[in-house]
Design a protein around this ligand. Sequence first.
Ligand code: ZN
Length: 538
Amino acid sequence: MKTTRRSFVASGGSALLGVVGGQGFFHLRPDHDLVIRGGTLFDGSGAEGRDLDLAIDGGRIVSIGKRLRLRGRDEINARGLCVSPGFVDIHSHGDSSLEEDPRAESVIRQGITTIVTGADGSSRATGAEGKSFAALFESIDRMRPGPNVASMVGLGSIRGSVVGNADRPATAIEIQRMTAMVVRALADGACGVSSGLEYTPGAFASRDELIALCRPLSARKLAYATHMRNEDDRLLDAIDESIAVARGARCALQISHLKTQGPRNWPKLDDAFARIAAASSANVNAAFDRYPYVAYSTGLTNLFPVWSRDGGISAFFARLADPAVAPRIKRETLAKVELIGGWDNAQISSVRTADDRAAEGKRLGAYARALSIDPYETAVGLLRRSNGDVGMLGHAMSEENLERILSHPLGMVCSDGGGFAVDGPTRRGSPHPRGAGSFPRVLGRYVRERKVLSLPVAIRKMTSMPASRVGLANRGRLAVGSAGDVVIFDPARIADTATFDAPFQYPVGITAVVVNGIVALREGQRNPTGSGRGLRAG
Ligand SMILES: [Zn+2]
């Protein structure tokens, strides 16, 4: 059913009439835009929930208290439900589909009210002439997306525009130019710096280059967020490098989607935690985030060594056809496949060409067997026909480690997902279910069922921790003066329903989502009016 603005507002309004009915004429004129009444309020600090009402005016929280007397033009009955700050997704790829579908359905329906984009070294703005963050935020404001959108500045995007795709050190002049871009980006409200050191061209940056480009962060107390150079056999080296960058630049460190990839690396988690703890006690402000699944999502090219991708996709295909280097590429790729446990642990999530549509959602090993083609050749063929643009999910992580990472005091929750909808243009391929399920999955599976962490602690990891990490002082807390970003959910029912085989399914148990004081989702109905805007840090 299509909800028009009028029917949406009317259904909200009729609830109000019922409430106002018995209150006498004094209160017929509502005093607040929105009152959320009767729920158990978690303020985002990690404190236990308390029975408090909350009132919002002009997009801000104006009152919190026991049984608020003044009425709202709109009211939400939260009896028996949790009232939490809207979730802040500190590592999101939701920006990639906003122009196609600004509703960002899968984001809002998880209770996420702010996405932090520009992850993995890749951002839409760079701070260069014509690609400023000021212009990016203005375009988001005009777009009126479902959630608020903050963005880091991506060092891969900056390097691409200054140095290009080549594997070579940046010159002193280039480092100066790139640093100036970071400075401008931060001045315009970028909420941190991100790197993607397993991707090209970000991978070609040296440690010294990373330190130079992260220096401007310290004055603003913002973080360097990194998809590290390695997440499997050289994980510990990669953590050391990340800490060295933060120490050299005197900035905070956010390790993105911390994981120990490949069964033989699962025992490394204690060492990983020990290194992060040592850094913290040596005054490096280090933390990390993780999505609640044991499969990762990336490009299929990521199974192939970084050196083979030097220079971009056509250079990559040329090497695959070059008998002098092709065998070495194959050898290193097969080693990586073995590390994740074989071709059946690589699931194709998207292709670009319609001819290969049948591969989407399939395990590469099984798909190749069905075609009677060697799996390596199958992978190369898929890449060729989609010009390198093939997505994959790698089922290679440990459930036990996941629980330890989520419950670690320095761990935050992220989705690392894209935004999509069960209807409209973004329903395509077979994406990682994290784009639709991450936050409800933590609250359902890891809080309620597995009891890996408590409800107030989980909420803190989804709200105030990430918000303060990215300099969004007014978000992630339910306090008077804070932004009116709220999620109301049933702690006994909240759950993800999206799976690796059927990702296009929304979570259950979320009653309402409020963004900037606007009710964006209510009892499963989306408000067609956009509620989000561009969020500038600081
Ligand atoms: Zn990443």
